[in-house]
Design a binder for this molecule. Structure first.
Ligand SMILES: N[C@@H](CCC(=O)N[C@@H](CS)C(=O)NCC(=O)O)C(=O)O
Length: 217
Protein backbone atom coordinates (compact mmCIF):
# COMPACT_ATOMS: atom_id res chain seq x y z
CA UNK A 1 0.00 0.00 0.00
CA UNK A 2 1.30 3.48 -0.86
CA UNK A 3 1.42 5.99 1.98
CA UNK A 4 -0.10 9.16 0.70
CA UNK A 5 -2.78 10.39 -1.63
CA UNK A 6 -1.51 11.82 -4.91
CA UNK A 7 -3.47 14.66 -6.47
CA UNK A 8 -2.98 15.28 -10.17
CA UNK A 9 -3.81 18.92 -10.65
CA UNK A 10 -2.78 22.52 -11.05
CA UNK A 11 -3.16 25.83 -9.28
CA UNK A 12 -6.56 27.38 -9.89
CA UNK A 13 -7.98 24.16 -11.32
CA UNK A 14 -10.58 21.67 -10.12
CA UNK A 15 -7.91 20.01 -8.02
CA UNK A 16 -7.96 22.93 -5.58
CA UNK A 17 -11.14 21.92 -3.67
CA UNK A 18 -9.72 18.40 -3.43
CA UNK A 19 -6.43 19.69 -2.05
CA UNK A 20 -8.43 21.85 0.38
CA UNK A 21 -10.44 18.81 1.48
CA UNK A 22 -7.32 16.69 2.04
CA UNK A 23 -5.75 19.47 4.04
CA UNK A 24 -8.89 19.96 6.18
CA UNK A 25 -8.88 16.21 6.78
CA UNK A 26 -5.17 16.41 7.65
CA UNK A 27 -4.43 13.54 5.28
CA UNK A 28 -0.95 13.18 3.81
CA UNK A 29 -0.89 14.01 0.11
CA UNK A 30 1.35 15.31 -2.61
CA UNK A 31 0.50 17.10 -5.82
CA UNK A 32 1.71 16.03 -9.24
CA UNK A 33 1.57 19.27 -11.18
CA UNK A 34 -0.16 18.86 -14.49
CA UNK A 35 -1.91 21.46 -16.65
CA UNK A 36 -3.32 19.55 -19.65
CA UNK A 37 -4.69 22.72 -21.27
CA UNK A 38 -1.08 23.84 -21.79
CA UNK A 39 -0.38 21.28 -24.49
CA UNK A 40 0.45 17.75 -25.48
CA UNK A 41 3.39 17.30 -23.14
CA UNK A 42 1.26 18.13 -20.08
CA UNK A 43 -1.63 16.04 -21.39
CA UNK A 44 0.68 13.07 -21.86
CA UNK A 45 1.54 13.12 -18.16
CA UNK A 46 -2.03 11.91 -17.60
CA UNK A 47 -1.99 9.13 -20.18
CA UNK A 48 -1.78 6.38 -17.56
CA UNK A 49 -3.83 8.24 -14.95
CA UNK A 50 -7.04 9.46 -16.56
CA UNK A 51 -8.09 8.39 -20.06
CA UNK A 52 -9.92 11.73 -20.36
CA UNK A 53 -6.52 13.41 -19.87
CA UNK A 54 -8.05 15.89 -17.46
CA UNK A 55 -7.33 16.99 -13.94
CA UNK A 56 -8.26 16.51 -11.19
CA UNK A 57 -7.46 12.88 -10.53
CA UNK A 58 -6.68 11.31 -7.20
CA UNK A 59 -4.54 8.25 -6.59
CA UNK A 60 -5.70 6.62 -3.38
CA UNK A 61 -3.29 5.01 -0.90
CA UNK A 62 -4.52 1.66 -2.24
CA UNK A 63 -3.20 2.60 -5.69
CA UNK A 64 -6.67 2.97 -7.18
CA UNK A 65 -7.13 6.15 -9.22
CA UNK A 66 -10.30 8.23 -9.23
CA UNK A 67 -11.19 10.96 -11.68
CA UNK A 68 -14.22 13.31 -11.63
CA UNK A 69 -14.09 16.14 -9.15
CA UNK A 70 -17.55 15.64 -7.66
CA UNK A 71 -17.03 11.91 -7.15
CA UNK A 72 -13.66 12.49 -5.49
CA UNK A 73 -15.03 15.15 -3.15
CA UNK A 74 -18.06 13.06 -2.18
CA UNK A 75 -15.89 9.99 -1.64
CA UNK A 76 -13.42 11.88 0.57
CA UNK A 77 -16.19 13.44 2.66
CA UNK A 78 -17.96 10.11 3.06
CA UNK A 79 -14.77 8.25 3.91
CA UNK A 80 -13.96 10.56 6.83
CA UNK A 81 -17.43 11.25 8.26
CA UNK A 82 -16.09 12.57 11.57
CA UNK A 83 -15.02 15.76 9.76
CA UNK A 84 -18.65 16.38 8.72
CA UNK A 85 -17.71 17.63 5.25
CA UNK A 86 -20.93 16.17 3.81
CA UNK A 87 -24.33 15.32 5.23
CA UNK A 88 -24.54 11.63 6.09
CA UNK A 89 -26.77 9.30 4.03
CA UNK A 90 -29.49 9.50 6.66
CA UNK A 91 -29.48 13.29 7.03
CA UNK A 92 -32.20 15.43 5.41
CA UNK A 93 -29.63 17.58 3.58
CA UNK A 94 -28.17 14.58 1.71
CA UNK A 95 -30.39 14.83 -1.42
CA UNK A 96 -29.68 18.56 -1.69
CA UNK A 97 -25.96 17.88 -1.29
CA UNK A 98 -25.91 15.26 -4.06
CA UNK A 99 -28.09 17.37 -6.31
CA UNK A 100 -25.82 20.40 -6.27
CA UNK A 101 -22.52 18.51 -6.31
CA UNK A 102 -23.66 16.80 -9.49
CA UNK A 103 -25.08 20.00 -10.91
CA UNK A 104 -21.78 21.87 -10.54
CA UNK A 105 -19.95 19.02 -12.21
CA UNK A 106 -22.32 18.28 -15.07
CA UNK A 107 -24.10 21.57 -15.82
CA UNK A 108 -21.18 23.95 -15.17
CA UNK A 109 -17.73 22.33 -15.03
CA UNK A 110 -18.28 20.23 -18.16
CA UNK A 111 -18.79 23.37 -20.27
CA UNK A 112 -15.16 24.42 -19.85
CA UNK A 113 -14.06 21.66 -22.20
CA UNK A 114 -15.40 23.88 -24.99
CA UNK A 115 -15.03 27.28 -23.29
CA UNK A 116 -11.30 26.73 -22.72
CA UNK A 117 -10.77 25.79 -26.35
CA UNK A 118 -13.72 26.51 -28.69
CA UNK A 119 -11.76 25.15 -31.68
CA UNK A 120 -12.70 21.73 -30.34
CA UNK A 121 -16.15 22.20 -31.82
CA UNK A 122 -15.96 25.29 -34.05
CA UNK A 123 -13.15 25.60 -36.54
CA UNK A 124 -13.68 29.24 -37.51
CA UNK A 125 -11.63 31.34 -35.09
CA UNK A 126 -13.90 34.32 -35.80
CA UNK A 127 -16.69 32.54 -33.93
CA UNK A 128 -14.77 31.63 -30.82
CA UNK A 129 -15.51 34.79 -28.85
CA UNK A 130 -19.25 34.30 -29.40
CA UNK A 131 -19.10 30.65 -28.36
CA UNK A 132 -17.26 31.60 -25.18
CA UNK A 133 -19.68 34.43 -24.38
CA UNK A 134 -22.67 32.10 -24.81
CA UNK A 135 -21.11 29.45 -22.61
CA UNK A 136 -20.36 32.03 -19.93
CA UNK A 137 -23.99 33.20 -20.14
CA UNK A 138 -25.07 29.60 -19.67
CA UNK A 139 -22.77 29.18 -16.66
CA UNK A 140 -24.12 32.41 -15.13
CA UNK A 141 -27.65 31.12 -15.71
CA UNK A 142 -26.79 27.87 -13.91
CA UNK A 143 -25.43 29.79 -10.91
CA UNK A 144 -28.59 31.88 -10.98
CA UNK A 145 -30.79 28.75 -10.88
CA UNK A 146 -28.74 27.30 -8.06
CA UNK A 147 -28.97 30.57 -6.14
CA UNK A 148 -32.74 30.65 -6.59
CA UNK A 149 -33.14 27.13 -5.17
CA UNK A 150 -30.64 26.88 -2.32
CA UNK A 151 -31.41 28.42 1.03
CA UNK A 152 -27.98 28.62 2.66
CA UNK A 153 -27.34 28.89 6.35
CA UNK A 154 -23.86 29.75 7.53
CA UNK A 155 -22.78 27.47 4.67
CA UNK A 156 -24.69 26.10 1.67
CA UNK A 157 -26.09 23.13 3.56
CA UNK A 158 -26.48 24.61 7.01
CA UNK A 159 -24.05 25.14 9.82
CA UNK A 160 -21.19 22.86 8.68
CA UNK A 161 -18.66 23.62 5.99
CA UNK A 162 -19.03 20.94 3.31
CA UNK A 163 -17.17 19.94 0.16
CA UNK A 164 -19.98 21.67 -1.77
CA UNK A 165 -18.82 24.98 -0.28
CA UNK A 166 -15.24 24.28 -1.36
CA UNK A 167 -16.35 23.21 -4.84
CA UNK A 168 -18.51 26.29 -5.46
CA UNK A 169 -15.98 28.69 -3.88
CA UNK A 170 -13.48 27.45 -6.49
CA UNK A 171 -15.69 27.03 -9.58
CA UNK A 172 -17.37 30.41 -9.08
CA UNK A 173 -13.97 32.06 -9.59
CA UNK A 174 -13.67 30.68 -13.11
CA UNK A 175 -15.10 32.68 -16.02
CA UNK A 176 -17.41 34.53 -16.13
CA UNK A 177 -15.96 35.25 -12.69
CA UNK A 178 -17.04 36.23 -9.24
CA UNK A 179 -18.58 39.63 -10.01
CA UNK A 180 -21.10 38.03 -12.30
CA UNK A 181 -21.66 35.23 -9.78
CA UNK A 182 -22.52 37.79 -7.08
CA UNK A 183 -24.91 39.52 -9.49
CA UNK A 184 -26.80 36.43 -10.59
CA UNK A 185 -26.70 34.50 -7.31
CA UNK A 186 -26.64 37.12 -4.55
CA UNK A 187 -27.93 34.57 -2.04
CA UNK A 188 -24.76 32.50 -2.49
CA UNK A 189 -22.31 35.40 -2.23
CA UNK A 190 -22.00 35.52 1.54
CA UNK A 191 -21.14 31.82 1.75
CA UNK A 192 -18.39 31.89 -0.88
CA UNK A 193 -16.89 34.99 0.75
CA UNK A 194 -16.95 33.16 4.08
CA UNK A 195 -15.11 30.22 2.48
CA UNK A 196 -12.59 32.58 0.84
CA UNK A 197 -11.71 34.00 4.24
CA UNK A 198 -11.90 30.84 6.35
CA UNK A 199 -8.70 30.76 8.40
CA UNK A 200 -8.45 26.96 7.98
CA UNK A 201 -8.05 27.54 4.23
CA UNK A 202 -5.78 30.59 4.16
CA UNK A 203 -2.65 28.62 3.27
CA UNK A 204 -4.32 26.54 0.58
CA UNK A 205 -5.89 29.53 -1.14
CA UNK A 206 -2.62 31.47 -0.96
CA UNK A 207 -0.64 28.62 -2.45
CA UNK A 208 -3.12 27.15 -4.93
CA UNK A 209 -5.61 29.87 -5.90
CA UNK A 210 -4.32 33.19 -4.60
CA UNK A 211 -6.52 36.24 -4.29
CA UNK A 212 -4.25 38.39 -6.40
CA UNK A 213 -5.15 41.96 -7.21
CA UNK A 214 -8.20 42.14 -9.46
CA UNK A 215 -9.08 38.46 -8.97
CA UNK A 216 -12.72 39.28 -8.25
CA UNK A 217 -13.34 40.28 -11.87
N1 LIG B 1 -15.68 16.23 -15.41
C1 LIG B 1 -14.35 16.56 -14.96
C2 LIG B 1 -13.89 17.86 -15.67
C3 LIG B 1 -12.45 18.13 -15.41
C4 LIG B 1 -11.90 19.26 -16.28
O1 LIG B 1 -12.56 19.81 -17.18
N2 LIG B 1 -10.66 19.62 -15.97
C5 LIG B 1 -9.97 20.65 -16.71
C6 LIG B 1 -9.08 21.47 -15.76
S1 LIG B 1 -9.92 22.43 -14.57
C7 LIG B 1 -9.02 20.00 -17.68
O2 LIG B 1 -8.33 19.06 -17.33
N3 LIG B 1 -8.99 20.51 -18.91
C8 LIG B 1 -8.17 19.99 -19.95
C9 LIG B 1 -8.98 19.30 -21.02
O3 LIG B 1 -10.19 19.10 -20.85
O4 LIG B 1 -8.40 18.96 -22.04
C10 LIG B 1 -14.30 16.72 -13.45
O5 LIG B 1 -15.34 17.11 -12.88
O6 LIG B 1 -13.28 16.43 -12.82
Amino acid sequence: MNEAFVVYGAAGSGSVPIEATLSLLKLPYRVEECAPWEGQQEENKLADINPMRQVPALALPTGEVMSESAAILIWLADSYPEARLAPALSEPARPTFLRWMTFVSSAIYALYWVADNPSRIIEHAGHHATVKARLFDRIARCWELMGAQLRPGHYFLGENLSVLDLYVATASRWSPGRRRFYEVAPGLAEVVRRVDTDSRLTAIWAERFPFTQGWER
